[in-house]
Design a protein around this ligand. Structure first.
Ligand SMILES: Nc1ncnc2c1ncn2[C@@H]1O[C@H](COP(=O)(O)OP(=O)(O)OP(=O)(O)O)[C@@H](O)[C@H]1O
Ligand SMILES: [Mg+2]
Length: 272
């Protein structure tokens, strides 16, 4: 893996070809903070000087919302790129310093479209459409973050197969902890298909550390995964705080309102 230098340095370094780390934030459980994690990690990385992009692979289109963009106004989206009717550069937007490759409801047409053309020449590798699309942009970025939906559909398969790394957000509550195993199972199946994708770890989100339940479940989570050294539970935890929700609903992400995510990107990428 190429060492990731800040953009300012890279621009001044001859013969340095950047290759982005591509990180899917994934969980088969809904509402665990995937989109909040992608959004805040991206603005955190930008604040540290890293060239960063987000690709929204969830038809809910929540990344647009989080950056104050109306998904209804999007003329072309990642769906058009995946079906070969646009290039990544045609759909690129920038907000708050982050390059955005957005989606909306059209992405839910991808699975039926691909299924209808199975074995045809139109989609010879239907699970690698995103990997090919990222090939158009990966030398432009230090980090590309992918927001995924809580399902194991074609867009999620494409996301995982295009990634170098995966982060799994998890709420320290019983059912959510069980949900991790569905996600790990899906990733294992992806690895068995030959993907060299690395699980960076589990990120506890929306932690109410004043409640006994969360305290106990967090301990239980750390204990459970202490026995599986290849799966790390991050030291950083993201607390449940109204400011995270507010940042998303106002469409104005600001790392000053989510400082835990700045600590998180420093921990996960060992950067300062
Ligand atoms: N740390 C937090 N504290 C409080 N609220 C949060 C936090 N993180 C996210 N939220 C809010 O919780 C809700 C769910 O978060 P988010 O949309 O990030 O989850 P998700 O995993 O992306 O959901 P989905 O599976 O539907 O895509 C949102 O309204 C969001 O603003
Ligand atoms: Mg989401």
């Amino acid at each position: 893996m190429a060492k990731h230098t800040k953009t300012t340095n890279i621009a001044n370094t001859p013969n340095t070809v950047k290759t982005a780390r591509i990180i899917s934030v994934a969980s088969q459980k809904g509402g665990v903070g995937k989109t909040a994690t992608v959004t805040n990690m991206a603005v955190g990385l930008v604040s540290l000087g890293y060239k960063t992009a987000i690709i929204d692979m969830d038809a809910q289109g929540h990344i647009a919302f989080s950056f104050g963009i109306k998904k209804i106004d999007l003329k072309k989206t990642i769906f058009d790129v995946l079906i070969g009717e646009a290039k990544m550069k045609d759909i690129k937007q920038n907000a708050f310093g982050v390059d955005l490759y957005l989606s909306n409801n059209s992405l839910s047409d991808l699975s039926p479209k691909v299924m209808a053309h199975l074995n045809s020449k139109q989609f010879p590798a239907p699970k690698y459409l995103l990997k090919n699309a990222i090939g158009q942009i990966k030398t432009q970025y230090d980090y590309i973050l992918i927001d995924t939906s809580p399902s194991n559909d074609i867009p999620t398969m494409n996301s995982l197969l295009a990634s170098t790394d995966i982060i799994i957000p998890v709420l320290p509550e019983g059912l959510s902890i069980d949900g991790i195993y569905d996600t790990l199972f899906l990733i294992k199946s992806i690895q068995e298909q030959g993907a060299k994708v690395n699980i960076l770890g589990l990120l506890p989100t929306m932690v109410q550390d004043h409640t006994n339940l969360h305290h106990v479940m967090l301990q239980e989570l750390r204990k459970r995964f202490a026995e599986t050294p290849d799966i790390k539970v991050f030291d950083t935890i993201i607390k449940r705080a109204i400011r995270h929700g507010l940042a998303q609903s106002n469409g104005e992400p600001d790392i000053k309102n989510a400082p835990e995510y700045l600590s998180f990107v420093k921990e996960v990428f060992a950067i300062a």
